[in-house]
Design a protein around this ligand. Structure first.
Ligand SMILES: C[S@@+](CC[C@H](N)C(=O)[O-])C[C@H]1O[C@@H](n2cnc3c(N)ncnc32)[C@H](O)[C@@H]1O
Length: 255
């Protein structure tokens, strides 16, 4: 059975993007609907709204939806490159120039890394997230500041990073990992809606250890793992750890 059977459909609601919506449904091998009724078994929908490709669950169906957010984070300086001053920047390190984000997801860490001026390649294995990211990266490329600085959006590679990291042209200075960890409690009031939907759609990443081992092999200098503060370090005792709000960046230096 296909991974999205009965779970996901493409919804077309407006005057624009009809052909793109049909092509998207075909690429993902999921149904194409022009409206949703109680008979529809799916609980997730991809839909163009307000010029962005959005992921909806039943709660977001009436209004809203989740798109890749290309705006700088709260408190992030709107200059390029943004200052490298937070826990993530410290974990990546001052000497790091090239970064591979092997678990791109909603692209929020990737886009922050990109805006701080690192040379970034993104890998994502979920075909749905790849579609959302491609739409976000297209919108990013059209922003005035990107065009004025003649910058290109990060390269996005679709597939399993466990295999793909071994095929990179040259080892990056740093491989960044943020796999999905099981939640501490069933329903965490603190979890962002985008992460709740991602977990509901994709589930936890069961092969994190294998991903870590592959990253250690493929990196030039270090692997950085983001994890919730309650989780055990993914690769055993890290060389260094940097603490953010309810999370940790564990740094593993390559021997
Ligand atoms: C917790 S999310 C990452 C969130 C991301 N850091 C952000 O800021 O939006 C984990 C993502 O990693 C992806 N992922 C997990 N293991 C992977 C693998 N082996 N290869 C490629 N992508 C993977 C999942 O599909 C999911 O989209």
């Amino acid at each position: 059975m296909h991974q999205y059977t009965g779970k996901l459909a493409v919804l077309y609601q407006g005057a624009e993007h009809k052909q793109q919506s049909q092509d998207l449904a075909e690429r993902l091998s999921v149904p194409f609907y022009e409206n949703v009724d109680k008979e529809c078994p799916e609980s997730f929908f991809l839909c163009w709204r307000e010029g962005c490709l959005k992921l909806l669950d039943n709660e977001l169906l009436k209004k809203g939806g989740l798109a890749v957010d290309i705006e700088p984070r709260n408190g992030e300086q709107r200059s390029w490159p943004a200052p490298k001053q937070d826990a993530l920047a410290h974990a990546l390190g001052r000497k790091t120039k090239t970064v591979v984000d092997a678990t791109t997801g909603w692209g929020q860490d990737s886009l922050h890394i990109f805006r701080m001026g690192y040379e970034l390649t993104c890998i994502e294995r979920s075909p749905v997230m790849v579609e959302l990211l491609a739409d976000g990266f297209n919108r990013l490329a059209q922003l005035d500041w990107m065009q004025n600085l003649q910058l290109q959006s990060p390269k996005l590679i679709k597939g399993n990073a466990i295999d793909l990291m071994a095929t990179l042209d040259s080892p990056p200075d740093c491989i960044y990992l943020d796999p999905m960890f099981p939640p501490k409690r069933k329903k965490s009031a603190l979890a962002k809606k985008s992460m709740v939907v991602l977990r509901d759609l994709l589930g936890d990443d069961q092969d994190k250890e294998e991903l870590f081992e592959a990253a250690v092999k493929a990196t030039g200098k270090k692997v950085v793992v983001k994890s919730p503060d309650y989780a055990e370090p993914l690769g055993g005792k890290p060389s260094e750890s940097y603490h953010g709000k309810l999370l940790r960046y564990d740094v593993y230096l390559k021997n």
